[in-house]
Design a protein around this ligand. Structure first.
Ligand SMILES: Cc1cc2nc3c(=O)[nH]c(=O)nc-3n(C[C@H](O)[C@H](O)[C@H](O)COP(=O)(O)O)c2cc1C
Length: 387
C-alpha cells in the first residue's frame, strides 16, 4: 500500500511528508521534483508569498545513493517566511475559510486552524506526486496538467505540446486565450477581487485494470475524485465527459468498442480501441487503457483585498473580514497540484495491484499479468463453449 501523511503549518519552520510503501529501485530525480515545485509557485496572479519562498525538496530518509530503498521516504520543505509565533490572531473570521468552523471545532483561535488549512500544504502534495511520477515513468505512465478555463474565459487546448503550456503565463495550451485571461486577472486585482477556474489532468500509458469494480473504496474514479476534492478550494471534480454526460442521450455518451488485430500485442489495451473517450479512461471503477481525464473546478480565492462582511469574534458586531496576504488567482498552481495529486493516486493503484516492494517486482508483475490477460483473451471462445 502506497500512502502518505503531511505535517506543517503555513508559517511554521518546515513542511514534512512521509511517503510509505514506495518501491525500492527507483532513481530519485530531485531536479524533477524541484521543477514541479517551482511550477507550483509560478503562474500569473500569485501573491508576494511566492517571491519569499524557494521550494526545494530535502529528502531525509528512504534513499541510498539516490535510489529508493523501500523504506519510508521523508520529504521536507523549509519555509523561508517562518514567523508563526509572531503572527497576530485575526479579529474576524473570513468567509470561505476554516476560520469560524475550525476554531470552534478545535476550541482554539483562528490562527491555529488557518495555518494548517492553508494551501501552503499543497507544496508537499506536489513533491509527493512528483516522487510518484518517477515510479510511473519507469513503467511508461505519464501525467500532464493544464488550465482549460480561468475567470470564465475558456481556453480549449489548441495543441498537446507541453512547451506551449510551459511558455504560457497561466499554464494553458491556448496562447490566444492567454491575453484575455491575463487582462481579467489584472482587472480583478484592481477591483480587490479574485478569480477561479478549471484545470485538467491527463494520464497516458495507464494499463487496463487499475482499480476495481468490486468494492466502493477500490474504484479508481472514486479515489481520484476524493484525492482531487481534498485539494484546497477545489469544489467539483469530473472524469471524462463529467456532468455533460447527464445531459446527453446514451448514444452520445457510451464509447464504442472496436478491435484492431494489428495492435493485439499492445500491453495496455490488447488491441481494443475506443474512437471516443467520454468515459475519461475509467469504466466500472477500472482503468480501460484509454487516457484518464480528470477535471477540477477551483473557486476564486476567498480572502478579498476589498474585505468581505464578517463579525468581530469578541463583540459579535459587524466588521470587515480579516485580511491575510493572498493570491489574486491560483488556478495555474492548481493545475500543477491536480496533476501531481492524480499521479499519486495512479501510482498507489499501481503498487496495490502489482504488489510492488521493488520497481523490478512491479515490472515483473505487470509483464506476468499481461501474459495472463493475453492467454485469457486467446482462450475466450473455449471457455464460453465449455460453459
Ligand atoms: C494553490 C492555491 C493557493 C491558494 N492561495 C490562497 C490565498 O492566497 N488566499 C486564500 O484566501 N486562499 C487561498 N487558497 C484557497 C484556500 O486555501 C482554501 O479556499 C481554504 O483553505 C478553504 O478550503 P476550501 O475552499 O477547500 O473549503 C489557495 C488554494 C490553492 C489550491
Amino acid at each position: 500500500m502506497l500512502r502518505y501523511l503531511t505535517a506543517g503549518e503555513s508559517h511554521g519552520p518546515a513542511l514534512t511528508a512521509i511517503v510509505e510503501g514506495f518501491p525500492s529501485g527507483v532513481a530519485i530525480d530531485k531536479t524533477f521534483i524541484d521543477r514541479e515545485l517551482e511550477r507550483r509557485q509560478g503562474g500569473y496572479g500569485r501573491g508576494k508569498r511566492q517571491k519569499l519562498e524557494t521550494d526545494r525538496v530535502i529528502i531525509d530518509s528512504g534513499t541510498f545513493h539516490g535510489v529508493s530503498t523501500g523504506a519510508p521516504i521523508t520529504l521536507r520543505l523549509i519555509n523561508n517566511d517562518a514567523k508563526l509565533e509572531r503572527l497576530a490572531e485575526p479579529a474576524s473570521p473570513r468567509g470561505g475559510h476554516i476560520d469560524l468552523a475550525g476554531s470552534i471545532n478545535y476550541q482554539t483561535g483562528i490562527r491555529q486552524v488557518l495555518e494548517r488549512a492553508s494551501a501552503r500544504e499543497t507544496a508537499l502534495r506536489v513533491a509527493v506526486g512528483a516522487l510518484a511520477r518517477l515510479l510511473l515513468r519507469a513503467v511508461g505512465i505519464e501525467v500532464f496538467g493544464y488550465v482549460s478555463e480561468l475567470g470564465g474565459i475558456a481556453a480549449p487546448p489548441l495543441s498537446r505540446d507541453l512547451s506551449v503550456r510551459d511558455a504560457s503565463p497561466v499554464y494553458t495550451l491556448n496562447p490566444e486565450a492567454d491575453v484575455a485571461i491575463v487582462a481579467a486577472i489584472d482587472a480583478a486585482q484592481k477591483a480587490g477581487d479574485t478569480l477561479g477556474g478549471v484545470v485538467e489532468a491527463v494520464v497516458t500509458g495507464c494499463p487496463m485494470g487499475l482499480g476495481s469494480h468490486v468494492q466502493y473504496d477500490r474504484k479508481l474514479d472514486a479515489r481520484l475524485a476524493a484525492a482531487v476534492m481534498s485539494i484546497q478550494a477545489i469544489k467539483a471534480v469530473e472524469i471524462g465527459l463529467g456532468v455533460e454526460a447527464a445531459r446527453r442521450p446514451g448514444s452520445k455518451v457510451m464509447d464504442p468498442i472496436q478491435f484492431d488485430p494489428d495492435h493485439a500485442e499492445d500491453d495496455r489495451r490488447f488491441g481494443f480501441r475506443r474512437p471516443t473517450n467520454n468515459a475519461g479512461g475509467i469504466e466500472g471503477g477500472t482503468s480501460n487503457g484509454e487516457p484518464i481525464v480528470v477535471r477540477a473546478f477551483k473557486k476564486p480565492i476567498s480572502t478579498l483585498a476589498a474585505r468581505g462582511p464578517s463579525v468581530n469574534m469578541a463583540t459579535k458586531s459587524p466588521t470587515p473580514a480579516s485580511y491575510e496576504r493572498s493570491d489574486v488567482c491560483a488556478v495555474p498552481a492548481a493545475s500543477v497540484i491536480v496533476e501531481n495529486v492524480v499521479a499519486f493516486e495512479i501510482a498507489s493503484a499501481l503498487v496495490e495491484k502489482y504488489v510492488g516492494t521493488s520497481l523490478e517486482a512491479v515490472q515483473a508483475a505487470l509483464a506476468a499479468i499481461h501474459t495472463l490477460n493475453r492467454q485469457h483473451l486467446a482462450s475466450w471462445g473455449e471457455e464460453q463453449a465449455s460453459g
